[in-house]
Design a protein. Structure first.
Length: 260
């Protein structure tokens, strides 16, 4: 074997000997040193009581959901806001060697229109405010949804959030005598990202009249967006509520930020 080949092989072994520990250490840093998982609460009665009582696993109040709902009479144009209750569960926490922590959450929000909000005086119209604190699937028109999201940081430690690859589910539960039609759902993740500048990532869906529930998965290709009010992250639901000749448009958003 020539001297040049021996010298080359010796250099290659030396380079690999230096690079492999560095690569191994980098791989170790990508693995969490501690993982905590909590079972998801799925019982709507339990979730609703958590929401009404303001129970949340969020430590940072700035991350509290920005959910809202309103209903408008399509005959006279009268509109009002509807009370929304929200609760957030911490599902998973990963702690890394470099001090970073990633968390996965599920935020469930409820918007409820009671029959008492639709007073009859020849026609139904919107009045009053929601004061009920019981989940009653037979005594109200409910819209509800759960969004799963995670907080992640870029290489500079700037906080982002993402729903990529997560399931977003929800539905409607109409009062007896009322019907719900023209149902649409939009899930979205829009804003500035360290992974690609300004990104508009959203998907609309039409829900058939025969279905009162939905379950959709956000694209796994969606990139995280900044965790602040310049972003829009969440799910919106719109439907038309019918009773007799009266009808209303009911819009509900379960968002971390902004309006989808």
């Amino acid at each position: 074997m020539s001297k040049k080949i021996i010298t080359f092989l010796s250099s290659l072994v030396l380079i690999l000997g230096i690079a492999m520990p560095a690569f191994a250490d980098s791989s170790v840093n990508l693995m969490p040193v501690k993982v905590i998982k909590n079972p998801a609460i799925t019982d709507p009665h339990v979730l609703f009581q958590r929401a009404v009582n303001g129970i949340s696993d969020l430590e940072n109040k700035d991350l509290a959901p920005k959910s809202k709902a309103h209903i408008s009479n399509n005959e006279d144009g009268i509109s009002k806001d509807v009370k929304v209750y929200s609760t957030t569960q911490l599902l998973k926490e990963e702690k890394f060697k470099d001090g970073k922590t990633n968390r996965e959450y599920a935020t469930t929000s409820f918007a409820v229109v009671k029959a008492s909000d639709l007073k009859s005086s020849g026609k139904y119209y919107i009045q009053g405010s929601l004061s009920d604190d019981e989940w009653d699937s037979t005594g109200s028109v409910n819209a509800y949804s759960t969004i799963r999201w995670s907080n992640v940081a870029d290489s500079n430690g700037v906080e982002h959030i993402t729903m990529a690859g997560q399931t977003i589910s929800g539905g409607w539960s109409p009062l007896s005598g009322f019907t719900v039609k023209n149902k649409t759902v939009t899930i979205g993740q829009i804003g500035v990202s360290s992974w690609g500048g300004y990104l508009s990532q959203s998907t609309p869906y039409s829900i058939s009249d025969s279905s009162l529930t939905f379950s959709k998965t956000a694209s796994s290709s969606w990139k995280p967006v900044l965790a602040d009010d310049t972003s829009t992250v969440g799910c919106s639901q719109t439907c038309t509520i019918y009773r007799g000749t009266s009808n209303w448009t009911f819009t509900f958003t379960n968002n971390k930020y902004g309006d989808v």
